[in-house]
Design a protein around this ligand. Structure first.
Ligand SMILES: [Zn+2]
Length: 433
């Protein structure tokens, strides 16, 4: 049965950093969605209604936007947001490794997986590239929860063989065996994708990174995710650990870890040579401003990445980040770039939260906007129950201005509904632990 979803629609149909007409706003618009969750039409409501005269419809006030794409977030840090630490390495040791060790308890991890997926979907995120747990049953629980709830998930076992408590480490042989098992379980499942996840160079020996390169070549369609150039102490320690490498990126490059399915989080402190190599290899970089502010890591230059042609997407980086949803993260993206005199407009903000992520993950044939044939993944953002914001929006002179203001002031309670493949997500109640 075809269904119609009606509201003011906004989506991005091209790259707004190159095309001034990339943003499409359809006032009083409608999506027509087939039974299998695929978009049949996106147009003015009367036009769509004429094509599907008998279809039942659901109407919303507010905006209907594509589901957000989170390019970097940690599942085992669900309960570690706003933990105290001075900077990255101290914070990891003091607050994060103990939190991640708790996922050895499989029933706890299974409940945490349901909570994590719930937090993403109720914040309007419908696709996420996620650092899984170091514990295979916990990593497996995350895939299961995502599949049940409708979240499109790219994830994998977090791999570390040094620099953390023993309980979080795997030797290379065990890492290989666990990774192969999980890859084979996940491959072929709808809307699930496996991502090899060497935490970062300081957590992984040369042999562990060698293994990741070999696995990436052995299986089709795997992603690789890791961290890079987040913090000065981390960069110095990495240079000391890999003295033969030209720079931080070269550590990963030597083991065959760069390529169009690789996403590197942060890249705040990068020289031009690294940006050039990222572009050549078409590796993507994930911008996580709330995390960068929280840990005092620095300010990411979007302009330098754009100038070098490096694909960029946005991530929340929970637990260093402080927003569970990319929708709310966009306000931090705006401020981080304002600090460097790059003033993003509504089209560019919406692009970074949706189509840019879809493109960087090579999923733009399925998600990112409302082109016919894509998955009906969308979020309804509505300030009707927020009197202050409703009043503020009433002073906007155009729908584009209103979208810009809404994107900068979005809060989780503005998410009225999240749909994946045309089905409404039903948020969980509070779980006890
Ligand atoms: Zn991270």
């Amino acid at each position: 049965m075809v269904q119609l979803f009606c509201a003011d629609i906004a989506h991005v149909v091209a790259d707004p950093f190159r095309d001034d007409h990339a943003l499409q706003i359809i006032e009083n618009g409608a999506l027509a969605v087939a039974d299998d969750g695929v978009i049949l039409a996106c147009d003015r409501r009367d036009t769509v209604r004429a094509a599907y005269p008998d279809a039942p419809e659901t109407a919303f006030s507010g905006w209907l936007l594509p589901g957000m794409v989170d390019g970097h977030i940690h599942f085992p840090q669900t309960f570690a947001t706003a933990a105290h630490g001075t900077h990255l390495l101290d914070w990891l040791e003091r607050s994060i490794f103990p939190a991640e060790a708790a996922y050895a308890d499989t029933p706890f991890a299974a409940r945490a997986a349901a909570t994590f997926v719930d937090q993403l979907l109720r914040s309007g995120t419908t696709t996420a590239l996620v650092f899984g747990s170091q514990f295979p049953d916990a990593a497996r629980a995350l895939f299961r929860s995502a599949s049940q709830a409708g979240l499109q998930l790219l994830s994998g076992l977090t791999l570390m063989d040094r620099g953390a408590p023993d309980v979080l480490l795997h030797d290379v042989a065990r890492a290989e065996q666990l990774s192969r098992t999980l890859i084979e379980e996940v491959q072929g499942q709808a809307r699930l994708h496996y991502a090899l996840t060497p935490r970062f160079a300081l957590s992984c020996s040369a042999e562990m990174m060698q293994l990741c390169g070999e696995l990436a070549r052995a299986y089709d369609g795997l992603y690789i995710q890791t961290h890079i150039n987040e913090n000065h102490e981390e960069i110095t320690a990495t240079a000391d650990a890999f003295p033969a490498a030209k720079h931080y990126l070269d550590v990963y490059d030597r083991f065959g870890l760069l390529g169009p399915r690789t996403v590197l989080a942060h890249n705040i402190h990068a020289c031009d040579a690294q940006l050039q190599r990222l572009q050549q290899s078409q590796s993507a970089v994930c911008h996580c401003p709330a995390s960068n502010f929280y840990l005092g890591s620095g300010i990411f230059s979007l302009q330098r990445h754009l100038d070098h042609g490096v694909p960029v997407l946005v991530g929340t980086d929970i637990g260093a980040g402080t927003n569970f949803g990319v929708l709310e993260e966009l306000a931090s993206v705006y401020k981080a770039q304002q600090m460097q005199r790059l003033s993003l407009n509504a089209a560019q903000l919406l692009f970074l939260g949706t189509l840019a992520g879809a493109r960087a993950l090579h999923l733009d044939d399925r998600i990112g906007n409302f082109a016919v044939g894509k998955h009906a993944d969308f979020v309804v953002v509505d300030a009707a129950d927020d009197p202050g914001l409703s009043l503020r929006l009433s002073f906007c002179e155009s729908r584009e201005d209103a979208l810009f203001t809404q994107l900068n002031l979005a809060r989780p309670h503005h998410v009225r509904a999240t749909y994946t493949l045309g089905r409404r997500y039903q948020p969980l109640g509070t779980k006890s632990y």
